[in-house]
Each structure stands twice: as C-alpha cells, then as structure tokens.
Design a protein around this ligand. Structure first.
Ligand code: ZN
Length: 162
C-alpha cells in the first residue's frame, strides 16, 4: 500500500503487521484505517517509553553500602541518617513499603540504622528493669528484718541478666 511508504514511526513493520492482522479479522472501513494506524503507533511508542524510567533507576549508593552500622543511606538521593522513614515521606513522598518495593528490597531491609535500633531496645530494657527499683528503705535495720521473710520470688531477680 502507498500509505506504508509514508509511515515514519519507529516500528513500521510491527505496526503494518498488527494493522494487517486486525483488518483481516475485523470489518474495518477504509476511512478508519488512518485512525487505527495512529492508535497502534501511539500504543507501541507508549510501551517503549513506559519501561525506560525503570531501567534508569540507579541507586545513589550501592545497595550493599546503603546500610551501615550507625546510619542508613537513601538510595534515591544519597541522604544519610539514623532513620529513613521520615526522610522518605518528606523528601520523596514515599512510604517505607513503597521505597522497598521500588528498589526491590526485602521487607526486612533496615530503614533504621542497626546501632540506633539496638540502642533504643537496650534503653527500653533499662527502663523496664528500672521500674522494680522502689525498695523499702534499706539500710542495716532493714536488712535485719529482711532476713526473716523468705520470699520465693527473690530467686527470679537472678535471671534478669539473661
Ligand atoms: Zn532521599
């Protein structure tokens, strides 16, 4: 057909094939064909573009280096800090979950620096243990009376360090 010779798109053979096959299986009037060519052409171009941004996704730092002991690094921009979650939502409008999916990271990939989460959990432990610290006024006098009560619970305190 003469129309084929004028076609300037990126995939002339593919478009021709699709159109030819479509026309063979559907009842298409001649005046519909230019629209059809346009539509197929645009669809193919859109497909090609849609995959580009994903291929160009390059982390600001290598993923292996994005988690350090005292900091985590944002793969989007290279920002480095103790916690990524807030940075991701304010800077990139991403939730932690979307960020992990975007970069194909496992769901247990840390978004908080390991050292910082350790500190927080040990602080919580210290606070928890500290609550038991309200002793009856101790001293030599207390120790004298204390020897009389044989509380079986006392043995549990020895396990607290484990
Ligand atoms: Zn960032």
């Amino acid at each position: 057909m003469a129309a084929d010779a004028k076609y300037q798109g990126g995939h002339p053979q593919l478009v021709t094939k699709i159109i030819a096959s479509y026309v063979r299986h559907h009842n298409v009037s001649p005046e519909q064909i230019p629209d059809l060519i346009n539509l197929v052409h645009r669809s193919i171009d859109t497909l090609g573009k849609a995959t580009e941004p994903q291929a160009a996704l390059i982390p600001a730092v290598p993923i292996r280096r994005s988690v350090q002991r005292d900091a985590v690094v944002c793969l989007e921009c290279g920002w480095k800090g103790k916690m990524l979650r807030r940075h991701l939502s304010t800077r990139h409008g991403l939730s932690g979950e979307r960020y992990l999916r975007r970069w194909n990271l496992p769901s247990d990939h840390p978004l908080t620096a390991p050292m910082y989460s350790e500190q927080r959990s040990s602080l919580a432990k210290q606070l928890g243990l500290g609550r038991g610290g309200r002793r009856s006024a101790a001293g030599p006098a207390g120790a004298a009376t204390g020897s009389r009560r044989g509380r079986p619970r006392g043995s549990r305190a020895a396990r607290a360090s484990a």
